[in-house]
Write a protein that binds this ligand. Structure first.
Ligand code: CAA
Length: 390
């Protein structure tokens, strides 16, 4: 029996800034961002867009072709949740009008949590092949104005329906896992922006990759050459390139040319370069970028996935692209959507970024900006209000 992705979709903010604006503000050459970290544009969510609206917008399109009565589990993976107690998934479950016989919960481990969602869903769906899991990863990456991490922010969500009737990717059984207690990136409850030891976080990412790969290759018997393409967690696209070169070297593939190695990941980077870091969602947006931008038919090809969440947990796993997967994707709509976003100035981005909701009980309404089918309308009696614009 194959278990994998039956449907998948992503969504990001309608607004972005070009990192040339940030470079100009900092008086550094824009090539530092465009080439040094490999990022060109960064999603800048307005005050009425949050992880719930991003998630609901991503999931709405993903579930259109699915028998939603069979979804009995919604897993909401995020670093940037909106409540200390209630799962963000319940808001999304309501906005999508899913059935009441459903378990809904939130998972957290920095950018790793959606991979945990997959690893828990595969055995669950093997046991109950008539059921479906809606796995949503949604995040807004915030490091702070003027910080070294600022150009590596972003926002977006990905929604995947996992089932025993996969159309897009079927996951393999084995994975390799690694955990170590480190402080490379974290966000105390009292902060809206992450704290990060940037260079250390890159070292830990690479260490977790090698350790996870080691266990994965021992368990699965698969080697580097068994993979046609690789999808990495993408905090910034150059990180994917660095990771891939390290892994190839570790796996004894020194003879591979740089050009060949880049061909194994280049298609995964397009969306990330113009959206930015989406934490838990980034690797799966990379998968969509690969499937929707590759000139080749990838059916039957094996993909390696490496998920990394600071703190830290890493996991390497794999899957096979299924025949006819193209019929279940929407590359034209995604390209149109990304091209039609509104570019905003550095000043406007700062205004969005610093907008804060008063911490008082009352009737607060968020200003109206362009959003998708759902928007965060405000707060009343400390309760968040969402509008469906269907
Ligand atoms: N033209 C081209 N390249 C240039 C350049 C120019 N004019 N000027 C500098 N560069 C290059 C540098 O040589 C460097 O390249 P290498 O990495 O190949 O050496 C690159 O641009 C970055 O420049 P700096 O080394 O000066 O780095 P920085 O101080 O700007 O910080 C960063 C970069 C550490 C990534 C920082 O943006 C950051 O802290 N980001 C957040 C943390 C992060 O994303 N960590 C990733 C791993 S953790 C993770 O994955 C979990 C997660 O999502 C957070």
């Amino acid at each position: 029996m194959k278990i994998g992705i039956e449907a998948i979709n992503f969504y990001t903010s309608h607004y972005y800034i070009d990192l040339k604006c940030l470079a100009e503000d900092r008086n550094v050459p824009f090539s530092k961002f465009y080439h040094g970290i490999g990022q060109e544009k960064m999603a800048a969510p307005p005050p009425d867009e949050d992880v719930i609206t991003l998630a609901a917008n991503a999931a709405f399109a993903a579930i259109q072709s699915v028998d939603t009565k069979k979804i009995d589990t919604v897993i909401f993976a995020t670093e940037s949740g909106i409540d200390q107690s209630k799962s963000g998934g319940i808001y999304v479950h309501h906005l999508l009008q899913l059935g009441k016989n459903c378990r809904v919960f939130e998972v957290k481990q920095a950018c790793y949590s959606a991979a945990a969602g997959i690893q828990l869903s595969v055995p669950y769906l093997t046991l109950y092949p008539d059921r479906k899991v809606l796995l949503i990863a949604s995040d807004i990456a915030r490091y702070g104005i003027g910080s070294a991490g600022e150009p590596t922010q972003g926002a977006g969500a990905v929604a995947m329906v996992l089932s025993a009737q996969p159309n897009i990717v079927a996951f393999d059984k084995d994975s390799g896992i690694f955990t170590e207690d480190v402080m490379d990136f974290w966000r105390p409850n009292y902060r809206d922006e992450a704290l990060v030891d940037g260079k250390f976080s890159i070292k830990m990412y690479i260490k977790a990759l090698i350790e996870s790969w080691q266990q994965f290759s021992e368990r699965s018997g698969r080697g580097f050459a068994d993979f046609y393409r690789f999808c990495y967690h993408l905090p910034f696209s150059r990180m994917g390139e660095k990771a891939h070169i390290h892994l190839a070297k570790y796996a004894g593939k020194e003879e591979y040319s740089n050009e060949f190695m880049m061909s194994q990941i280049i298609d995964t980077l397009y969306y990330n370069k113009i959206i930015g870091n989406t934490y838990a969602a980034s690797m799966y947006i990379g998968l969509l970028s690969l499937l929707e931008n590759s000139d080749e038919d990838l059916a039957g090809k094996r993909i390696g996935f490496f998920s990394y969440g600071s703190g830290c947990v890493g996991e390497f796993f794999s899957g096979e692209v299924l025949p006819g997967y193209q019929k279940f994707l929407a590359p034209e709509q995604h390209t149109k959507f990304l091209n039609n976003r509104t570019e905003i100035s550095y000043e406007k981005y700062k205004e969005f970024f610093t907008y804060s909701i008063p911490e008082v009980d009352g009737d607060h309404r968020t200003p109206k900006n362009e959003t998708g089918l759902f928007r965060f309308a405000g707060i009343s009696e400390h309760k968040r209000i969402y509008q469906g614009l269907l």
